[in-house]
Design a protein around this ligand. Structure first.
Ligand code: GAP
Length: 508
């Protein structure tokens, strides 16, 4: 997917009421966004897809909705006060601020692109006879580039593991990495920057509290409440959807990296030792959730973490091929008993599970699945956005999976008179209890179809003069543009078969 597609997707999202910049009339607030009339429907449907898959379909998982504000000790215990940092660096000439680790990652990507270019060139030259493995291991330039990548990557990982900020700066200098905006190499030292927003509770001199940077801690501190009142036995999970806040150093790329965003997280509590089985189970299950959406499987891949977060013993990302390349969409983490153990120590409350079978008490281990709702939204927009060349025009169609589409059906009387709006109104009244419907009388039918394509409505129902005689309508399918004449009583079944969430859930 090309970068220029990305600008088109961003403009399209605004033009059709999916996403607006926050406080637009005041020139916007950086990295904060609002969901418009179409966007809120898509967002709610993504939430429902996740909730149904993770709670409704799972006997061993229950839901929770915990508060954004939490006791400040929570963030001390979780390690976020001391360790939730990103390494930042400023360019002295351009005064622009960057994440040092991202500058180095971009440098690695740049070298990798040179390798890919050589491979593509050779593939074209040799055609069917091309032996990629041999080419990569023998071609002098490619061997040189790959050697450079390996050396740079291991130096980089070592610096991250040791939190060696001087070494990160030295890598930037040695690699002659320039400010992408000004081309200057005049860098400050690298500093750690804590990503948590803070505020005061109550009066002006009230205690400092944080806006939660992840929803997970709300689940950990409620572990005992839920386990006891729900009489739950291990293994069991707690799931929640909610806002999280991070004061990101660099927040570019639209809704990919925001300062206020929403997470959908599930913590699965297990017997110590069994996390080794549950970790791959949830990693694969989550991948199936993504693939059930019906987009090209090649758009998704797994990436194992080189540097683990302070709480994790193993971690994978599910990455998606966004218009700006493969990037993290969801994280699957084996969090050991780190969080519950730390809360037990800091709170002085015993957070243990009595295992009848083992005849002992212990702090459960945790496997976590954590996905950004806004990133999932961007994934759906990116994968769905399609420009199709027709005979006389190009149509833009959002091929959003039907169960997630903002509107499931548009009801369109051909003209605004002759009793057609009345029939269309009756059809709306029938369908609106089950589906989110769109009603429109204005403009030619062709223009109305295009507008529905642009927001991804799977079906358009057109009521015309024949409908007055025999109560049939034309039903048009979004992707194929095929039109069929059907009795009005059949509309529900046709639409329901395609837009029901069951069609997705059954595939996971
Ligand atoms: N509880 C674990 C946790 O928060 P994370 O990898 O930091 O893990 C999980 O975040 C997911 O939250 C990411 O995979 C991403 O989808 C989303 N996310 C994180 N930071 C984000 C941001 N600034 N803007 C939008 N989504 C973000």
């Amino acid at each position: 997917m090309a970068q220029d597609n990305f600008s088109k997707i961003i403009s399209h999202a605004k033009e059709y009421g999916f996403i607006f910049q926050s406080s637009d009339i005041y020139d916007g607030l950086s990295a904060v966004y609002d969901y418009g009339q179409t966007g809120v429907e898509l967002k709610n449907n993504i939430k429902q897809y996740w909730w149904d898959a993770m709670v409704k379909m799972q006997e061993s998982i229950v839901g929770l909705d915990s508060a954004i504000f939490m006791h400040p000790k929570v963030w001390k215990a979780s390690g976020h006060v001391d360790a939730f940092n990103d390494p930042l660096i400023d360019n002295k000439d351009s005064k622009k601020r960057y994440r040092a680790d991202e500058l180095i990652e971009e440098q690695l990507d740049k070298i990798q692109k040179k390798v890919d270019k050589e491979i593509n060139k050779a593939r074209k030259r040799f055609g069917d006879d091309f032996d990629e493995e041999k080419f990569v291991s023998t071609h002098p330039r490619v061997v040189k580039y790959l050697g450079k990548i390996e050396k740079l990557r291991s130096r980089f990982i070592e610096a991250l593991k040791n939190e060696d900020l001087d070494e990160l700066k030295q890598i930037i200098l040695d690699e002659e990495i320039a400010d992408p905006v000004s081309g200057s190499r005049n860098w400050t030292d690298v500093r750690q920057f804590n990503l948590m927003f803070d505020t005061k509770l109550g009066s002006v001199d009230g205690a400092k509290i944080y806006l939660r940077p992840e929803t997970a801690q709300g689940i950990f501190v409620n572990y005992l409440n839920v386990q006891k009142t729900g009489r739950l036995n291990l293994p069991f999970g707690i799931a929640q959807i909610g806002k999280a806040f991070r004061n990101e150093i660099v927040a570019r790329q639209f809704i990919f990296r925001m300062r206020e965003f929403e997470q959908m997280e599930m913590q699965y509590f297990v017997q110590p030792g069994t996390e080794k089985e549950w970790f791959p189970y949830w990693r694969d299950k989550r991948m199936n959730w993504h693939k059930a959406l019906g987009f090209d499987d090649a758009l998704f891949r797994l990436h194992e973490h080189d540097k683990l977060a302070h709480y994790a013993s193993a971690a994978y990302d599910i990455e998606f091929d966004f218009p700006f390349g493969f990037k993290e969409l969801e994280g699957i983490h084996s969090r050991t008993n780190f969080d519950l153990g730390r809360h037990q120590d800091m709170s002085g409350k015993k957070i243990q599970y009595y295992d009848n079978e083992r005849g002992e008490s212990y702090v459960p281990y945790v496997v976590e699945t954590s996905i950004g709702l806004d990133r999932t939204f961007l994934m759906v927009l990116s994968a769905a956005y399609t420009e199709e060349k027709l005979e006389k025009e190009t149509r833009i169609v959002m091929k959003i999976p039907a169960p997630l589409a903002p509107y499931k059906v548009a009801v369109l009387p051909l003209v605004k008179k002759d009793g057609l709006p009345e029939i269309a109104g009756k059809i709306m009244d029938e369908l609106k209890y089950d589906f989110n419907c769109y009603y429109e009388e204005k403009d030619s039918i062709g223009r109305r179809y295009r507008r529905q394509d642009a927001i991804g409505t799977p079906y358009c129902i057109t009521v015309d003069h024949q409908s007055l005689d025999d109560n049939t309508v034309t039903i048009r399918e979004r992707d194929s543009m095929k039109q069929e004449r059907v009795p009005a009583e059949q509309i529900f079944d046709i639409v329901n078969q395609k837009v029901n969430m069951k069609t997705l859930l059954k595939q996971i």
